[in-house]
Design a protein around this ligand. Structure first.
Ligand SMILES: Nc1ncnc2c1ncn2[C@@H]1O[C@H](COP(=O)(O)OP(=O)(O)OP(=O)(O)O)[C@@H](O)[C@H]1O
Length: 280
């Protein structure tokens, strides 16, 4: 942490720039990013950084810019200004598949899987960056291709174990309950062996039991697999339970960044959500 980054753990107030609480060598720096669409300021000078062991949540009312931030991170949108530095590499201008190959994996608000393929095959598709052999080797089923295939299948089986997908592994994804499909999508992102995971509303549309399961897996990903996470989620209880730090955005700007204990009482946050100042 630098001298200009106040330490929230030491009791200072939540800040706007999102740097407080992150470590000195963050995995991600989002620096003064602006993304405008014909007069709409989707992202209007947002900065934050994410630590290498951190679960960082982004919350905000509908239309406040959360998905736009994810789309800039994953290369779907190119911002007009600002820098996005991921593990030392500037991502601005890079294509989504290049960013994914650099180790930034994401899940989507709506399930985006191949419904007719089995759980195992959907997870294997997440491994295509790890194929480890060329077309010729694949055609000839040469030793290298065979070894890579075995390694990929072993990696996928580990994910099946980790996410408790055993009983569904050979079923087409389209037949599975929604909560399980979301879990498979998470598994496909994990199959990429990401250095940072972006989760876009991972519990949207889930019942209570599915939500609790997903919360447990998200925590295990941070704590056991030691993969940092950026989480966008409307379920406030979940965010407050899981996140190390929370950034609140509204109208494309950062309202406050701080710990889950501090954020709900921050007057600007209350104003953003309820349009009023909290009683003292
Ligand atoms: N491709 C686009 N073209 C024009 N405007 C866009 C585009 N994408 C986003 N916007 C606008 O940018 C603003 C931020 O939208 P964004 O989807 O990032 O918000 P959000 O916080 O993710 O909302 P929600 O919680 O409803 O998903 C909105 O005003 C939205 O209409």
């Amino acid at each position: 942490m630098t001298a200009t980054e106040p330490d929230l753990a030491a009791g200072t107030a939540p800040d706007r720039n999102g740097s407080a609480g992150a470590d000195a060598d963050p995995i991600l720096r989002f620096e003064d990013v602006r993304l405008h669409f014909a007069g709409v300021r989707a992202i209007d000078g947002v900065s934050f950084s994410v630590g290498r062991h951190e679960l960082f949540a982004i919350i905000g009312p509908n239309g406040s810019g959360k998905t736009s931030i994810f789309n800039v991170l994953s290369g779907v949108y190119r911002p007009q200004t600002g820098r996005v530095v991921f593990d030392g590499t500037d991502l601005v201008g890079r294509r989504p598949h290049v960013i994914a190959a650099l180790g930034l994996a994401r899940t989507f608000q709506n399930v985006e899987l191949f419904a007719n393929l089995t759980v195992l095959d959907n997870l294997l598709l997440g491994r295509h960056h790890h194929l480890g052999y060329g077309t010729l080797a694949a055609l000839g089923w040469l030793g290298r291709a065979r070894r890579a295939e075995i390694a990929n299948r072993a990696a996928v089986e580990e994910i099946v174990d980790f996410l408790e997908l055993e009983r569904w592994r050979r079923l087409p994804v389209g037949l599975l309950p929604y909560g399980v499909q979301k879990r498979v999508e998470l598994g496909r992102a994990l199959a990429m062996e990401p250095k940072l995971l972006l989760l876009d509303e991972p519990v949207a549309g889930m019942n209570l039991e599915e939500t609790e399961d997903m919360a447990r897996f998200v925590l295990d990903i941070r704590d056991e697999l030691d993969i940092p996470i950026v989480l966008v989620e409307h379920d406030m209880g979940l965010v407050m339970d899981l996140a190390d730090r929370v950034m609140v955005v509204d109208f494309g700007q950062v309202v406050a960044t701080g710990s889950p204990a501090e954020i709900p009482h921050h007057p600007d946050v209350v104003r953003a959500y309820l349009g009023e100042v909290p009683p003292r």
